[in-house]
Write a protein that binds this ligand. Sequence first.
Ligand SMILES: [Mn+2]
Length: 257
Amino acid sequence: MPKSYFVADVHLGLTIEDPGRRERRFADFLRSLPGDTENLYLLGDIWDFWYEYRDVVPKGYVRVFAALTELMDRGVKVSFFPGNHDVWTYHYFEELGMKRLEQPCLVRIAGKTLCIGHGDGLGPTPAGYRILHWIFHNRVLQWLFSLLHPYIAFSFGNGWSRSKRNRRVRPYQFRGEQEGIYQFADRFSRRMAAAGTPVDYFIFGHFHADVRLPLPAGGELIVLKDWIQSDAYACLDHVTGILETVNRPVERPEETR
Ligand SMILES: [Mn+2]
């Protein structure tokens, strides 16, 4: 039975918990995808900080790239969205064979309509975030950043990401209907339903929360958990049309002893 998988926020390279173990967990997940997998959607922030130059890419993540290319060689279609931590991908992922998508993206799989993306900046968003988003996506600033020596660029990028993580002591509390992403999905689903093409599933990452909320106009908002303390993904069965979300907390080494 053909299937599509969705995953977000692995934050490869982030130096909390055990980054090496996180990479292995993710590579194991990719390798474990069944033979009838048709699509894999990477919903952003798979890398905690990705910055590529025209001819140079960051070192590391070899197991993940090997597993991804193995999947594509097997015929699985792999698509990715840039998240807010891995905005700066230009050609490399496409060179590997992955398809770049921009959010919010409508896809139709097995008779179901899905609206997918990373989820940052959709719906009402604080002004500070919009400014940061503009800075990150500005071509001139990106070009200026590319003139920095990688030693400086990566100290800056990794430092930014770590400071952002350290400021957040407790996991993010998803505010349900108050959340901009919910309001986006609510409005979008009403418009689509009125046009006669209702959305069945909205699937996003970014919030590091495990969420499934029914929408008033029909359909469901799904937010995927991150990979920092769990293995989390969603799977759409093409035959039944059912979307299953999995969130498996990682066993701590002291718990296995
Ligand atoms: Mn994010």
